[in-house]
Design a protein around this ligand. Structure first.
Ligand code: ADP
Ligand code: MG
Length: 231
């Protein structure tokens, strides 16, 4: 397994602008940001073998340096329950991607643990030419896309700032729990914010970090998709 620094060097040497999801999640794991278990399959047989190892339900995703938005090209299939499903979807993903972009270089197919759905949050970072990296927090889906209910702090952030970020978004009451929805693990989000801050401070070549979505549970959290774009 490569270290974060080795991954950043390789991506720069290959003149790529963004990390593959496998690379981005390996970097996150090095910074103790929890991610879904994954393995990169290079063949259909590998795909089935890895799915059996990880356990069902499974998610398949295309891994290509030419595809940054995977679901836009039919490159994400979730909720696979058997080896047969995996075989069928492996073929389907390859077909979808070829149809959208025949020239895309395919590195493989990511076999991934399916995170149970829960409250979704987003942790991100954007590098400002003047102020350097800033950390972003918000709740997922419509809260960020429609309501723009997000908050920022210049990195590095303190634990107190991380806690303020979480409580100051308008959607915060949803994290405290409602009806039969249990409260979300705020400490787990705080840790992710602090670790994301550490990551972007130690790797100034990062232009954009996007952990979206992160499923937050009563205990713990899991990053489902990680994007890292370089300067
Ligand atoms: P994209 O490159 O299109 O952003 P994602 O990896 O975010 O691709 O996958 C698209 C959507 O599929 C996610 O927003 C999430 O809702 C769902 N998804 C992806 N991976 C998982 C997973 N491991 N567990 C549960 N849901 C997932
Ligand atoms: Mg995504």
């Amino acid at each position: 397994m490569s270290t974060a620094s080795e991954i950043f060097d390789r991506v720069k040497n290959e003149k790529r602008k963004f990390l593959l999801e496998t690379e981005a999640k390996t970097v996150c794991a090095e910074y103790s940001i929890p991610v879904t278990r994954f393995k990169l399959a290079k063949s259909k047989a590998d795909a089935v073998k890895f799915a059996n190892e990880i356990g069902y339900p499974i998610v398949l995703k295309i891994v290509s340096p030419d595809i940054i938005h995977k679901s836009d090209v039919g490159g994400v299939i979730v909720g696979l329950k058997s080896a047969k499903d995996v075989q069928k979807s492996y073929k389907q993903i390859m077909q979808n991607v070829k149809r959208h972009n025949a020239k895309a270089k395919i590195v493989g197919v990511l076999i991934q643990e399916m995170a149970p759905s829960s409250t979704e949050v987003i942790v991100g970072a954007i590098k400002d030419p003047q102020f350097g990296p800033a950390i972003m927090f918000g709740l997922g889906g419509i809260f960020v896309e429609v309501l723009k209910d997000v908050t920022f702090r210049v990195a590095p952030i303190t634990e107190q700032e991380a806690r303020e970020m979480i409580t100051e978004v308008r959607a915060y009451p949803l994290l405290k729990g409602y009806r039969n929805q249990p409260p979300a693990d705020i400490d787990a989000i705080v840790k992710i914010l602090l670790n994301a801050s550490k990551l972007v401070m130690e790797h100034q070549e990062i232009k954009e970090l996007d952990l979206n979505p992160i499923m937050v549970y009563e205990k713990g959290a899991k990053t489902v998709d990680a994007r890292i774009i370089l300067e």
